[in-house]
Design a protein around this ligand. Structure first.
Ligand code: ZN
Length: 387
């Protein structure tokens, strides 16, 4: 994987490249960043870069064609080792370790350009969605064994440990020593999302490479250029994804998301003149789309409200919507107050969190509808009083 396949993150890329130029590659580094920021891809690209034999000292990416790069591109270099959370499965009923799943791991990463993957996606891939994956003692034994051999052919032997927060507590002591004093030319690249969940003795032995969420602009450009998404949809997906490229992709790939806006219009009309029978019917329909899409629906709603707020402050010159949607937002902004927008945005974000935590969606949407009705009514009354 070359750096050019990783979206944005230019500052981090430059820093990593510089460590090689300055000859100060730290032997244990922690790539820490939120989901969908590209940390795993960056770790792989970094490993490929420092082992590339086809570039010169000025290059800012690996060559992609030398013998080392060619093996790295298919994630099958004999000096590249991956450790990740696993559990027992039908195929591996006992003593699972990362090497039992390497084929599936490679396929998942190669199918997702830039290695943008979620933990749950990995669990689904190996069929353990209902269990907690861990990095276990077998993995730690494998690391020690692997590193006791001389490196096969490359400059650095690399061990990438993905989601190191899943390292089993009692397995950790096994690798502390090797992490602190690894054999020559060995590089540990640990990848994680939550530093608070990493065993402190592991954390203290690594150098931190902190990676930020992606900018909306970087996400939009990648969606437009690499996935052929039309700009207005790419921008909307980027705003909804909040720096997480995997969420942005899920958004553009989810079917029927073009209807979210329409659903929102219908919902707001129903909330204005609330009638329990009609609103119940609407809730019955909308909740059929499932939790994941309901979350996207809610974040689209928050986005519409944000646009409405921007109109209130700056007029319509920054409005991101066209056609009927634009018309609706302009009208809507005349009907609702800034307080309403903030308050309802907060409620919708909170609802999205509750959906994630398995709240009953029908009750949740009924509750939201009644709250919105109350707010819309009080605003209408204050307008009719000539506020
Ligand atoms: Zn190369």
């Amino acid at each position: 994987m070359q750096f050019s396949k990783i979206i944005g993150q230019q500052t981090i890329k430059n820093k990593l490249i510089q460590t090689d130029k300055d000859n100060r590659i730290s032997h244990a580094q922690l790539f820490l960043g939120p989901e969908g920021c590209g940390k795993l891809g960056l770790a792989i690209a970094y490993a490929q870069f420092i082992n590339c034999t086809g570039r010169n000292s000025e290059s800012d990416d690996s060559c992609g064609v030398c013998a080392s790069c060619r093996k790295y591109q298919i994630l099958a270099h004999p000096d590249l080792h991956f450790i990740y959370p696993t559990s027992t499965t039908k195929e591996v009923p006992e003593k699972p370790s990362s090497k039992d799943f390497i084929g599936k791991w490679r396929s998942l990463l190669l199918d997702n350009e830039g290695a943008y993957i979620k933990l749950i996606q990995w669990y689904n891939t190996i069929g353990i969605e209902n269990k907690q994956g861990i990095i276990n003692v077998n993995d730690c034994t494998d690391i020690i064994k692997t590193l006791s051999y001389k490196s096969y052919e490359s400059k650095y032997k690399v061990v990438i440990i993905w989601m190191v927060e899943k390292l089993f507590h009692s397995a950790a002591p096994k690798i502390l020593k090797i992490l602190e004093e690894p054999p020559d030319n060995t590089l540990f690249l640990l990848v994680a999302e939550e530093s608070g969940q990493i065993i402190s003795t592991i954390l203290s032995r690594t150098q931190l490479v902190k990676i930020k969420p992606l900018s909306n602009n970087d996400i939009s450009i990648a969606l437009i250029n690499n996935y052929g998404i039309e700009p207005s949809r790419a921008n909307l997906a980027a705003r909804n994804a909040r720096g997480n490229f995997i969420d942005a992709l899920e958004y553009v790939n989810s079917e029927g998301n073009d209807n979210y806006f329409e659903h929102f219009i219908v919902w707001m009309r129903l909330c204005f003149n609330i009638n329990i029978e009609n609103i119940s019917a609407w809730i019955g329909e909308i909740t059929k789309i499932g939790r994941e899409k309901l979350k996207i629906f809610l974040s689209t709603a928050v986005d519409i409200l944000r646009e409405t707020m921007i109109i209130k402050i700056h007029g319509d010159k920054f409005l991101n919507y066209e056609g009927d949607e634009r018309k609706f937002i302009l009208n809507f902004s005349n009907t609702i107050s800034e307080e309403f927008i903030s308050e309802i945005s907060r409620e919708l974000s909170r609802a999205s969190m509750h959906i994630e935590r398995n709240a009953n969606v029908s009750i949740l949407f009924m509750d939201l509808s009644l709250k919105i009705n109350k707010m819309l009514k009080s605003r209408a009354r204050s307008i009719s009083k000539g506020r």
